[in-house]
Design a protein. Structure first.
Length: 271
């Protein structure tokens, strides 16, 4: 029996069973190399709309590479090459006529370290809409308030909008960056270990926010924190050595994984 084919079929079955939500991403036979380093190997995932999908696995397993491939940010590395396809709403993001700017407007990203611009809180949120041609102060004011409310930080900063964003705490800066992402009205939010630099209280606020946001957005989150993945996600993909070992409903991954490597990782035997 071809074990590779069996594993791919298994991934696809696990990704779709019991879930009739439309797909936001369909990843088919994705391979990626950094020069001669084969970083992602035959990735097949069906990621559903308005769900939180967690990507877990040890350091160096391809988690961040994968998430940066979903908005083609990985292409900023000169030595990168790929094959396979990533269908975003059934359109291959690698097609030559697919403008990367169009993709990144629909697929926002929040990074591990909060990265506010050295500008006022207001100008941080207004930056994206202004780039997209919004000039009306009334419209910008509405976007600022809506985005900050969406990121659960409006009440904390509404009287400080003209102050420099660097004056916010780390947790506030991260929620500000989420608000900045919301301001361009994306469809998908990618989060690359968004709470790893935060204290427990700020982490809890971001996790609560993720649960609220999935009503309107599809969220894909890379995390090293097993408890966080269990708390916030609907589905979990376990990556190991550039491969997807297992992809399933999160409660099943953590209570009854089908692969011993998944069980060993979750239980702390390695990683």
């Amino acid at each position: 029996m071809d074990t590779k084919v069996t594993q791919l079929d298994k991934q696809e079955t696990l990704a779709t069973n019991g879930n009739d939500r439309p797909s936001v991403y369909k990843v088919n036979d994705l391979n990626l190399w950094y020069g001669d380093d084969h970083a992602l190997k035959d990735i097949n995932l069906d990621i559903k709309k308005n769900e939180v999908t967690a990507i877990i696995g040890p350091s160096g397993c391809g988690k961040s590479t994968f998430i940066k491939t979903l908005n083609r940010m990985v292409e900023l590395v000169p030595s990168v090459r790929t094959n396979g396809e990533i269908l975003y709403h059934d359109r291959n993001i690698f097609d030559k006529d697919y403008q990367v700017e169009e993709l990144r407007t629909s697929v926002g990203m929040v990074f591990q370290q909060p990265n506010p611009f050295p500008k006022s809180i207001y100008d941080n949120i207004a930056y994206g809409p202004r780039v997209h041609g919004v000039t009306s102060k009334k419209v910008l004011d509405e976007i600022i308030e809506r985005s900050l409310r969406g990121a659960a930080i409006w009440d904390e900063v509404k009287d400080r909008l003209n102050e420099n964003a660097y004056g916010l705490s780390g947790g506030q800066q991260q929620r500000l960056c989420i608000a900045r992402t919301l301001a361009i009205e994306p469809d998908v939010i990618l989060m690359d270990e968004p709470t790893s630099a935060l204290d427990p209280i700020s982490t809890l606020k971001v996790e609560e926010l993720v649960q609220e946001l999935k009503t309107d957005y599809s969220i894909i989150i890379v995390t090293h924190n097993m408890q966080q993945a269990a708390r916030v996600s609907d589905k979990t993909a376990f990556f190991l050595n550039g491969e997807v070992v297992e992809y399933d409903q999160t409660d099943r991954i953590f209570s009854n994984p089908s692969d011993k490597r998944t069980e060993d990782y979750i239980s702390g035997r390695f990683g």
